[in-house]
Ligand binder design. Structure first.
Ligand code: P6P
Length: 338
């Protein structure tokens, strides 16, 4: 039996939002359109002149890849043309992108995104992803403002990611569970493949860049050693899996269980990942799937955001694993006040 397409699913679930008149549905459709276009380019990156770097560095001080720019342009174009957003925030843009067109004059939403997360992996053919977060605007009218993005993660009305891997999947939540859609290239549609995704309460995979071990807080060091101890009763030692694309690591842990940690390091004293368009959307998804997402001491979605590109440490995944890591942080590390 042909599985439900993303469009059919969104319309069906629209009933969950009696007051919505289809705007959120159209916004999610716009994201799906851009995702298909980006996926097409990611899949042929090796064939066309789209590999490599542009020679620029972004506000994060990271080398900008040509596919970063392409993905950013595609999502901005699709969101701006769709008429449902009044502003966009992107990892690739220092400032917000106000959307001020006739079609978006009644737009209710703003979208924050990391258009191509893990882009350092593009040239070596490893999965990359897009992360997005949707808020209701707080400003009253006209183009959106920075204030529209200064909202806690608990205020998100939807969040999701697209993973461009062995298959292209779109995973999202509107606060009523998590659903995964796999792109069927033969019909060019995302089809429901992973309904009601729930992560395992406990897992045996830990994802962290152990190359930074010497610079980790003591609590993280102790937790990593805990993961490596022999203890059959708790299935330890765990497996270490680290892809270098957060979306890919977190997607795997969402499906099979596990914990992803990007803690503070001396190089990234506030953590590396960004609160607005990486940690909050991933936290929303993980919590909706029964997992947890914290800074090592505090729930990610309750952090007050003060800057567009604000960073935070991230511990996310299976609830029992995050709890255990937080025990070590509480016992051995002075936890950052974020
Ligand atoms: P490192 C990608 O740049 C990213 O934001 C995450 O997707 C990924 O998990 C992490 O950074 C990789 O960072 O320092 O381990 O290379």
């Amino acid at each position: 039996m042909k599985s439900k397409t993303l469009g059919q699913f969104i319309i069906e679930k629209q009933a969950d939002f009696p007051f919505a008149k289809g705007e959120l549905s159209r916004l999610l459709r716009d994201i799906g359109i851009a995702a298909k276009i980006v996926n097409r380019e990611v899949n042929k990156a090796g064939l066309v002149e789209i590999l490599g770097e542009t020679g620029e560095t972004n506000i994060q001080g990271e080398k900008v890849k040509k596919l970063d720019v392409f993905a950013n342009e595609q999502f901005i174009a699709a969101l701006s043309a769709g008429g449902e957003v009044c502003a966009i925030a992107s990892e690739e843009n220092d400032e917000i992108i106000p959307v001020d067109s006739a079609i978006s004059k009644n737009a209710k939403y703003v979208v924050a995104m990391d258009p191509l997360d893990g882009s350092s992996n593009i040239d070596v053919n490893v999965s990359v992803g897009t992360i997005f977060s949707i808020y209701r605007r707080t400003s009253l009218s006209g183009p959106g403002t920075l204030e529209d993005f200064m909202q806690r993660g608990t205020e998100q009305i939807a969040a999701g990611y697209i993973i461009y891997g062995s298959s292209c999947m779109l995973v999202y939540t509107t606060g009523k569970g998590v659903n995964g859609f796999t792109l069927d290239p033969s019909i060019g549609e995302f089809c429901l493949s992973h309904p009601n995704m729930m992560t395992r309460k406990d897992g045996n995979v830990y994802s962290v860049n152990e190359g930074n071990y010497l610079h980790f807080p003591d609590g993280v060091k102790k937790y990593i050693k805990y993961c490596q101890e022999e203890d059959k009763a708790s299935s330890r030692p765990y497996s270490s899996r680290y892809i270098g694309s957060g979306v890919a690591d977190i997607h795997r842990n969402l499906i099979v269980g596990g914990i992803y940690i990007y803690p503070t390091t001396t190089k990234s004293p506030k953590g590396k990942l960004r609160l607005l368009y990486e940690c909050n959307p991933l936290a929303f998804i993980i919590e909706q799937a029964g997992g947890k997402a914290t800074t090592g001491s505090k729930r990610i979605m309750e952090i007050d955001i003060k800057e567009l590109h604000q960073r935070t440490p991230l511990f996310c995944g299976s609830a029992d694993m995050v709890d255990k890591a937080m025990e070590f942080m509480s016992k051995y590390s002075t936890t950052e006040k974020v």
